[in-house]
Design a binder for this molecule. Sequence first.
Ligand SMILES: Cc1cc2nc3c(=O)[nH]c(=O)nc-3n(C[C@H](O)[C@H](O)[C@H](O)COP(=O)(O)OP(=O)(O)OC[C@H]3O[C@@H](n4cnc5c(N)ncnc54)[C@H](O)[C@@H]3O)c2cc1C
Length: 305
Amino acid sequence: MTNGIKELKLILDSASAHKIKYSENEPLSVHSSFKIGGNADLFAIPNNTDELKFLIRCAAETDVPVFILGHGSNILFDDGGYKGLIISTEGMNSVKVEGNIMTAECGALLTRCAVLAKDASLSGMECLYGIPGSVGGAVFMNAGAYGGEMKDIVRSSTYLDLDTLEICTIEADEHDFAYRHSVFTEKNAVILSTVMELVPSDISLITERMNDYKKRRIEKQPLDYPSAGSTFKRYPGKYTAQMIDEAGLKGYTIGGAQVSEKHAGFVINKGNATSKDVLELIDTIKKKIKCLHGIDIETEVIYVK
Ligand SMILES: Cc1cc2nc3c(=O)[nH]c(=O)nc-3n(C[C@H](O)[C@H](O)[C@H](O)COP(=O)(O)OP(=O)(O)OC[C@H]3O[C@@H](n4cnc5c(N)ncnc54)[C@H](O)[C@@H]3O)c2cc1C
């Protein structure tokens, strides 16, 4: 344990104003849909912005690196774990619906939001139903499926600037949304909450669409195995999964990591996969695609070390 971590622990233990839930040597495999990863030195779950700010300030004072974790569904944690503080947003998860406007805190799960929207007869989130991430994680990378993306419904986001500790709000057009990209992928910030504008619609039609998307996910995706969803980003004009399939890589295995036989776009954890197995498999796939098509495919999954 570094001196910084020891100091940070002391501060957190003695802080009377903020009794923040945290743990030491937290196994990160539990917090990742890939079920891979060593331990984090410290793992904290703030319940509100004040607690989050306090953690950020204390980590900065003690020189402890920080990583912001949503629901861990797009992350590959290293086998060696994380030397620093992981801040999980799961405790900041309130959702409010007023008229056709939904305001969700960063840690609220997308699927829960989609169900709440449906219950309020509001359309716009059906395509996001089944994406196993949080609102913060979804805004961060403009999550989307079946022709819809976060950019279609986001009206504004409020975030904590981690350099200045100021709270700022940006409007829809300032998000710089693009395919799996938002302004936050280049900002040192924590998205605190997001306002989404939905459209009143018939609840039975919304339900029908949600059930259809769920059925398609079950049919096409290897949901029986841990993964982080699509391993690679789409390459302009090409279907990455199809290229991997045509390269004969379906079922290709390194250690416990395998190119899913059901969907070549997913690397799955067949059991006891390590981050090393996954990284080697990703590298093999990239090299093969480069060799066959002369293009560099980009990883969508975020590797955290
Ligand atoms: C089975 C399966 C199916 C999937 N299907 C889809 C799909 O159809 N479409 C799709 O787009 N994705 C899909 N994904 C990937 C994943 O669910 C999305 O990328 C999701 O948006 C990630 O959200 P998260 O909360 O899990 O983020 P995490 O994985 O925890 O984090 C991802 C990134 O977001 C950052 N982040 C998270 N919260 C915040 C915040 N509040 N402020 C600032 N940064 C933050 C993290 O630091 C990290 O860099 C799938 C994943 C799985 C496992």
